[in-house]
Ligand binder design. Structure first.
Ligand code: MF3
Ligand code: CO
Length: 259
């Protein structure tokens, strides 16, 4: 059953989602060769708590950290560790926060120093696929229009879509119905209506789509060890259209508006 949210509930989700967005923005600024992913996790947890939130992943099905920090061929759910980021790496940061019982969830893939042309293109294609997917979140569209938008955008750039993981509804639980595959035909499934809040999360590989889970039972890696990227936003469909709850609100003072 899909749970539709009231405008008041969406406002609550805006709070947790805002903390997710601002924490990720801080983490991105910290990233440089030599920094360990555990240092990123420590920073994220302290910052979230200082902002009045709680980490959503820590303790979820036994996940031991605040952050998922997946490097290069790691797709998602890698543990932060003493591993130091190196020039040329790409790192996917996935973060969830809960405030007053309502969740927000987002992810971003970041280049470390100078990365290959392929890595830059993979990151751009995955981020672009998320934008296209968000564009498909409008009344009258159906759920699989989101899935189809992701697949089309990623494959058009010559990359492959990860099938093992899906996006999801989000609200008073981190994962609610519906599941949102990142591939499929258009115009299938339930119609999108105001009140729906979704975490849309495309994952793309430079090589084959196949992934496997390591012995730690969490870390997903590409079977062919090709690079993988992951972007995610929590978005709400409201009477005024789609709103990206984990998008960072920029200063929109009239002096600075350039349109
Ligand atoms: N964004 C991911 C998801 O929605 C992150 C989950 S990590 C976990 O599944 F630790 F919470 F499982
Ligand atoms: Co998610």
């Amino acid at each position: 059953m899909m749970i539709y949210k009231s405008p008041w509930e969406i406002d609550l989700m805006r709070k947790s989602s805002r903390i997710v967005a601002e924490t990720l923005e801080k983490l991105v600024k910290l990233i440089e060769p030599g920094l360990s992913t555990l240092e990123l996790d420590r920073f994220a947890e302290a910052y979230i708590v200082r902002r009045g939130g709680n980490p959503a992943f820590k303790g979820y099905r036994g996940y031991p950290y605040t952050l998922c920090a997946s490097v290069n061929e790691q797709v998602v759910h890698a543990f932060p560790s003493a591993r130091r980021l190196e020039d040329g790496d790409i790192v996917s940061l996935d973060l969830g926060v809960v405030v007053d019982g309502y969740y927000g969830d987002a992810a971003i893939t970041v280049p470390v120093g100078n990365v290959s042309e392929q890595a830059r293109r993979l990151i751009a294609a995955t981020q672009g696929a998320l934008s296209r997917a968000i564009g498909a979140v409008r009344p009258g569209n159906r759920l699989s229009d989101i899935s189809h938008a992701v697949q089309t955008a990623i494959e058009a750039q010559g990359f492959s879509v990860v099938r093992l993981f899906v996006g999801h509804g989000i609200g008073r639980s981190l994962h609610e119905e519906p599941q949102i595959p990142n591939f499929g035909p258009p115009a299938q499934g339930p119609e999108l209506k105001p009140g729906l809040v979704l975490a849309i999360e495309p994952m793309a590989n430079a090589g084959r789509p196949d992934v496997m889970i390591l012995d730690d039972r969490w870390t997903a890696v590409t079977c062919d060890r090709s690079l993988s990227a992951h972007f995610e936003h929590t978005v709400a469909l409201t009477e005024d259209g789609v709103q990206v709850l984990t998008g960072v609100v920029r200063d929109e003072s009239p002096e600075r508006a350039d349109h």
